[in-house]
Design a binder for this molecule. Structure first.
Ligand code: SAM
Length: 314
């Protein structure tokens, strides 16, 4: 079994074949007639485009997964290519300010970002310093998504870390969520109503809270039902659903300016939230819309190794 689409950003001739099947041109926005979601082909760094997408609305939860400024494998493409750090930071400043301008008074603001260990950890520390310039956003957490190969092994270290920055503005809602990992540690005793109780007796749940190292979230690969072939940077649904459940109420409006495979859109749909999302690539915007339609028609969260473009045979 092999994925039926290769990485789309590195196959220019395949992109030319797919573009005629994309319903949106740059600058256009699709309106979902069922739940009111929106998907645009827009540049996150373009202030007017972001304002148009929001049309006066403010977002209660912002989930951003920008390109990380890391060269992955041999690829040197418009999407996963490496810019000069100054240029990357100028781009980051523009999209952060565009997102902040449409952020509600009480909101959560998440950013996924990479850190290249072989290149002074860029761009993570630079981005964290940039965020100090927006004091209305208070840091809440730094979450590590993957327990990576490295310390303790002889070779094949993973040089690219993937982190999740969590900021808040005002006092947004927060709902406690749990993992599926059973609590096994015993021995924290406390007197309750004169009785000596052990921590498991006092717990509200039998499973652990996620904490700030999310070891229970698996990276997406082609055998998983949620896999979207052709998408090289897809985030696990479980991780985004955790953000949606914990950091927004039902009916909330979410914003994601880097849609890619549409994971935020799907998580919002499954939990009764609305999302306005965009990608500057019409192919990823099309995949985002198709993923929602495919989910509604089949209940499946992705295509596993099957192609989201059955019109094209490879
Ligand atoms: C890391 S991926 C996002 C992954 C997504 N969270 C998911 O789970 O599928 C980054 C996406 O940002 C898009 N992108 C790059 N530059 C952009 C820009 N200036 N404006 C909007 N989207 C952009 C890329 O085409 C790519 O699809």
């Amino acid at each position: 079994m092999r994925e039926q689409l290769p990485r789309l950003d590195t196959h220019p001739e395949l992109r030319q074949r797919l573009l005629p099947y994309c319903r949106l041109q740059p600058g256009e926005i699709w309106e979902d007639p069922v739940a009111g979601h929106r998907v645009g082909v827009l540049d996150a760094a373009d202030e007017t485009a972001v304002q148009t997408l929001m049309s006066g609305a403010k977002a209660d939860l912002i989930i951003n997964d920008p390109p990380y400024n890391l060269r992955v494998g041999q690829a040197n493409t418009p999407h996963l290519s490496k810019q000069k750090l100054d240029d990357y930071m100028a781009f980051s400043r523009r999209w952060v300010e565009n997102a902040l301008a449409v952020t509600a008074v009480h909101a959560h603001f998440y950013i996924w970002l990479g850190a290249d260990v072989r290149d002074q950890f860029q761009p993570l520390p630079d981005f964290m310093l940039l965020m100090r310039q927006y004091p209305a956003l208070r840091p809440r957490n730094l979450i590590t998504l993957r327990n990576q190969r490295g310390y303790g092994t002889q070779q094949n270290w993973m040089w690219v870390r993937q982190e999740l920055l969590h900021y808040v503005q005002g006092k947004p809602p927060f709902h406690v969520v749990y993992t599926d990992i059973p609590k096994i540690l015993r021995g924290y005793y406390k007197q309750v109503n004169g009785q000596r109780t052990e921590n498991l007796q006092r717990s509200k749940a039998q499973t652990l809270r996620p904490g700030n190292v999310w070891v229970d979230v698996q990276q997406v690969f082609y055998r998983m039902k949620e896999n979207v072939p052709g998408c090289y940077a897809q985030k696990p649904l479980k991780a985004i659903e955790r953000l949606v459940q914990s950091s927004s109420d039902e009916g909330a409006l979410l914003l994601d300016l880097f849609a890619h495979s549409g994971t935020t859109l799907l998580a919002a749909e499954r939990y009764g939230r609305r999302v306005y999302t965009a990608d500057n690539d019409p192919i990823f915007a099309e995949i985002t819309i198709r993923r929602l339609e495919h989910y509604r028609a089949s209940g499946e969260p992705g295509w596993q190794w099957h192609s989201p473009f059955p019109e094209i045979s490879l």
